[in-house]
Ligand binder design. Structure first.
Ligand code: KG4
Ligand code: ZN
Length: 362
């Protein structure tokens, strides 16, 4: 069968996100305005298991996505033929979900002869700050990104679309993973970050002097496993199931303070490194679910101010996984003429500073 040529066209971009446990769809117009979007969180499906189950995630994406795409397109008032391109998260992430989302996107693109854009999920987080109107004076390159989610914890120099340098990352757990594991120790359910933050409001953050792994050491790497072990030891002082709420609140607050201080310390080193690489860098962007945490935001704001940087964290709905960021990254790549072939295979592992980021593959 002859494949008809792709219509090169700038226009609205449909974005699809399915790399972990959020099924999301969004349509942005050519200037980056959100025409319609939807996010379905699979939290209730995974909560009984205390974490994301890949097979359940893939099935849930498959069950939700086709109808979600139709509804978002209807709300945007568009037909597929009105689109300029279709973008999907094609990695890194859980392969089942990545296959579901990218196959739906490729199917629409092929059927309507539209360009397909394979979006690196981390690049989508990295470029979110550039969505028109999000950061008051915009987010011109270069800037520093601290990505702190359930699956990722890294500092990146964002120097252009497709141009990223990883300055440091976690050597064990991601920050959100540490929140989730400690929340589990405290009996708070999953995902634990928001519940732990709520509990911490009534606790004494000075009660436990938990370790701050790697703090005041050179470099921008992170480590949380020693901190988590110290929390487990504090919890184990009580008989199973007999941890009083006020003691749990003190542990939560002390743990949260330790994480906030470690993140600020490591981000501080990253800002210093960034200054040497790019003297005009002035902006620290924080993204990922942990960026929703008030104590973390406050510590990062203070550290940034002390180093002459402005700290911005996009609104929480853009910090956590969503499809607006995927459509926007698609838009940024499309504008440079970077599109991808329909046989682009999803990549469960796909570091941002790997080959092939600095262009499309079509
Ligand atoms: O970015 P995200 O929605 O999903 C990915 O992991 O990709 O981040 C979810 C993570 C979870 O580990 C969750 O516990 C954590 O972000 N989180 C928080 C807060 N809200 C979400 N951690 C601390 N404080 C919060 N308020
Ligand atoms: Zn994410």
């Amino acid at each position: 069968m002859a494949i008809l040529p792709i219509r090169p066209q700038v226009g609205p971009v449909l974005g699809i996100e399915s790399s972990c446990d959020e099924t999301a769809t969004a349509v942005l117009d050519a200037s980056g305005r959100v025409l319609a979007e939807a996010v379905h969180s699979q939290e209730t499906e995974h909560a009984p298991f205390g974490g994301v189950v890949p097979e359940i995630a893939a099935r849930a994406h498959l069950a939700v996505l086709p109808r979600q795409v139709a509804q978002v397109m209807a709300r945007a008032g568009l037909g597929f033929a009105d689109l300029g391109a279709v973008a999907a998260s094609t990695g890194p992430g859980l392969i089942g979900g990545l296959i579901v989302g990218s196959q739906v996107a490729k199917g629409i693109a092929l059927a309507h002869r539209l360009p397909f854009v394979a979006v690196n999920h981390l690049e989508a987080h990295a470029l979110t700050a550039r969505l028109p109107g999000l950061v008051p004076d915009g987010a011109p390159f270069p800037y520093l990104l601290l990505l702190v989610s359930g699956g990722h914890c890294q500092c990146l120099a964002v120097e252009g679309v497709g141009q990223y340098t990883r300055l440091g990352g976690t050597i064990d757990d991601a920050a959100g993973e540490a929140f989730d594991k400690v929340a589990k120790l405290l009996g708070l359910g999953w995902p634990g970050g928001p519940a732990l933050e709520r509990l911490a409001t009534s606790g004494d953050a000075a009660r436990h002097d938990f370790p701050r792994p790697l703090m005041r050491r050179a470099g921008c790497d992170f480590s949380f496993s020693g901190l988590k072990t110290a929390v487990a030891r504090a919890v184990a002082k009580y008989p199973p199931g007999a941890l009083p709420t006020d003691a749990a609140a003190d542990i939560a607050a002390s743990f949260q303070r330790a994480v906030a201080e470690v993140l600020a310390d490591r981000a501080g080193n990253a800002m210093a490194t960034m200054r040497v690489r790019d003297p005009q860098a002035r902006l620290l962007v924080v993204a990922g679910g942990v960026a929703a945490n008030g104590a973390v935001r406050a510590a990062l704001t203070r550290e940034a101010a002390a180093r002459g940087f402005a700290m911005v964290a996009p609104p929480v709905r853009f910090c956590t996984d969503n499809a607006v960021m995927v459509a926007w990254a698609g838009q940024e790549r499309l504008r440079l003429g970077w599109t991808d072939a329909p046989d682009f295979a999803p990549r469960p592992r796909w570091p941002l500073d790997s080959d092939g980021m600095f262009r499309g593959t079509a």
